[in-house]
Design a protein around this ligand. Structure first.
Ligand code: GLC
Length: 636
């Protein structure tokens, strides 16, 4: 059962698709303190709190404070409170399952036993909110009800389930061609190569560098001949430049966010100074969305939307102030306090909180300060693209995913989890973020495999490809200046080839389970407790996951480990897989078991009465025979 409670005068975020008449009073089990902007609930010791989509830390969110405030945050350490997304749905699993969706586009703080271990305290900057409360017998049912409220999840094209290679710094056609050739020569399958900001002319959206990609249409066609799709990035900020038609038109038609004085707000991101399209206006979405058509016309059929929190390296106004304040400083006489004050002042330019209060949107006909609707920005950028694809290419699925998001955006695109690092802890995090994203409707999701920041090691990349074997988005991405991390760069070619081939053999299962979750508003990747809600141990498991209805996985996520303990809530058949046609099968009894897993081995567990179809691997999804060439069963 879902109920809606309304407090204050909420902004309609368009997150939900079902109209529910408001209930009187307050939701059962919650205390509402309107004056203090707080919503509180007492937790009992056995309660597990899931949800909040893409955040740091584990599956059970108890014991930390999270803040919904979409942030360009490159350090995903466990002390962070905000990442790029705000997905304000919590699921409390006790004897029954209780969900709450805090539907408000401003800042929300979720203190989940951080201040007091047994108190869940949700504090809103503005107490204007639609609260949706779900009561269900078990967690899967609670998620289903919630997802029916927010509408069906986005479906990507089939090829998007293939492996993708990305790196910030593929500078030209020749480099991309070389990446594809190297994968092909190594016998490793690949379906897509991502184009980061360097494909553009001076980082201007919807332009292509003539020097580096002189014939993108021809090159796209050439790559398609190789079974490879090119996926360009689009950034939220539009470069300020006279004569750049996107900027000129946006200015002329009043499509950009305004500052206090009604002038187009000036921020800075990769292109230098930019204006931010006001995606909250339908006509701006229509305009910006249509611009993707320029790339569709060149044969492009996938995009990733970035920097749409929006990231703000600095605002023009603050930069002037800070530069002004540094004028009198003198290196010869500066004392250490002044030095730190100067460094702090310069550092404060990035994503400054006050800057987000200094520009305006027009939303539903009303002028509104950005911070009041901040978390809707990335959602509406991606919606602009999604709505445009539905208009321009209604019969085709286009790959689309975004960095920033809010619930509602899941209807238009997927997400990737942003700038993680080549750390073992982030390998585990990449999987732990998935169930929480699924609860909020984001089924098409994945992390930067191998890690974006820092230098990867061969074993980390192997374990990461193994751990994320089932994530719908399966993309290796890394930052400029880091160690190259394409799979063919390392010595263990056979291991990489086997893992990537295994992914392709699993695609029919992955796709089928994904589509079932999409159609039935279910989970694709879930915590064990979803399959075993009455098993108290299963609730505590943070590093094993159910994939669809047939499988459990238990990734190895510590360096140098050659196995791990696995908790089995029931008898399962272990598949210790080295390759599609090379694996051990062993039936394991319920309980805790140590399971060896060498670096080249993946642990997959088949549930009773289920079967796992495997296809013959292929070099890309276009060549994949979707019929199973072998089926592994567990009939007992
Ligand atoms: C941001 C994105 C990253 C991208 C980089 C350059 O940091 O999160 O994926 O590579 O910008 O465009």
């Amino acid at each position: 059962m879902i109920q809606r409670f309304v407090f204050g005068n909420p902004i309609d975020t368009e997150a939900v698709v079902k109209a529910i008449a408001p209930s009187e009073g307050v939701p059962e089990g919650w205390e509402i303190d309107e004056a203090g902007h707080r919503i509180t609930r007492n937790l009992v010791a056995a309660d597990v709190v899931y949800g909040l989509g893409e955040t740091v830390r584990g599956l059970n969110k108890r014991g930390w404070q999270y803040i919904s405030n979409n942030t360009d945050e490159p350090h995903h350490t466990e002390d962070r409170r905000s990442l790029y997304a705000s997905q304000n749905f919590l699921l409390i699993l006790g004897d029954t399952a209780h969900g709450i969706f805090v539907d408000t586009p401003g800042r929300v703080t979720f203190d989940i036993g951080y201040t007091k271990p047994d108190d869940l305290v949700i504090t809103l900057d503005d107490f204007d909110v639609n609260l949706y409360v779900v009561e269900a017998g078990d967690p899967a049912e609670a998620v289903r009800e919630f997802r029916q409220l927010i509408g069906k999840s986005y479906i990507p094209p089939r090829w998007a389930f293939g492996f993708g290679q990305s790196r910030w710094s593929y500078m030209n056609e020749a480099e991309v061609r070389d990446v594809v050739k190297s994968y092909r020569e190594a016998g490793m399958p690949i379906d897509s190569v991502y184009l980061d900001i360097d494909y553009m002319d001076s980082y201007k959206d919807f332009t292509v560098s003539e020097e580096r990609f002189p014939d993108l249409a021809g090159f796209t066609k050439e790559m398609r001949g190789e079974g490879v799709h090119l996926v360009p990035i689009i950034d939220a900020g539009v470069k300020m430049e006279n004569g750049y038609d996107v900027c000129d038109e946006g200015k002329e038609k009043g499509y950009f966010c305004k500052d206090e004085s009604g002038e187009d707000f000036v921020g800075a991101v990769w292109p230098g100074k930019v204006h931010f399209p006001d995606f909250l206006k339908p006509e701006v979405r229509e305009w910006f969305g249509s611009l993707y058509g320029r790339l569709l016309d060149l044969g492009i059929d996938g995009f990733w939307n970035d920097m749409n929190e929006p990231a703000l390296f600095y605002s023009q106004k603050r930069l002037k102030e800070v530069l002004g304040s540094l004028q009198g400083l003198d290196a010869d006489t500066m004392d250490i306090d002044s030095f730190f004050a100067m460094a702090e002042r310069v550092g404060s330019l990035f994503n400054n909180k006050e800057d987000y209060k200094s520009f305006y949107h027009t939303y539903h006909g009303q002028k509104i300060r950005h911070d009041k609707v901040h978390n809707l920005y990335g959602f509406n950028m991606t919606r602009a693209a999604g709505e445009a694809f539905a208009r321009m290419v209604p019969d085709k699925r286009i790959l689309l995913f975004s960095r920033a998001s809010y619930i509602g955006m899941h209807r238009y695109g997927g997400v990737w989890t942003g700038d993680n690092s080549s750390w073992w802890s982030h390998l585990l995090l990449s999987m732990q973020q998935q169930p929480a994203l699924n609860m909020c409707g984001f089924l098409f999701a994945g992390s930067d495999i191998g890690g974006f920041n820092c230098d990867v090691t061969e074993d980390l990349l192997i374990r990461w490809l193994e751990a994320d074997l089932f994530t719908p988005l399966y993309r290796n991405h890394s930052a400029k200046g880091t160690r190259r991390q394409e799979a063919y760069q390392f010595g263990s070619q056979e291991t990489f080839r086997n893992i990537l081939n295994l992914r392709y053999a699993l695609i029919p299962y992955i796709y089928h389970a994904f589509m079932k979750a999409q159609q039935e508003d279910g989970m694709y990747i879930s915590p064990l407790s979803f399959g075993f809600p009455h098993d108290a141990r299963a609730r505590q498991v943070e590093d094993q996951f159910l994939i669809g209805e047939a499988l459990m996985i238990a990734p190895v996520y510590t360096q140098n480990a050659t196995g791990r303990y696995v908790y089995l809530p029931e008898r399962m058949k272990l598949l210790r897989m080295r390759a599609v046609d090379d694996y051990d099968e062993e039936v394991l009894e319920p309980g805790d078991t140590y399971v060896p897993a060498a670096l080249n081995e993946v642990l997959i567990f088949l549930r009773q009465g289920k079967s796992l179809p495997l296809s013959e691997p292929a070099e890309s999804t276009s060549a994949l025979d979707w019929n199973a060439s072998r089926v592994i069963r567990f009939d007992d």
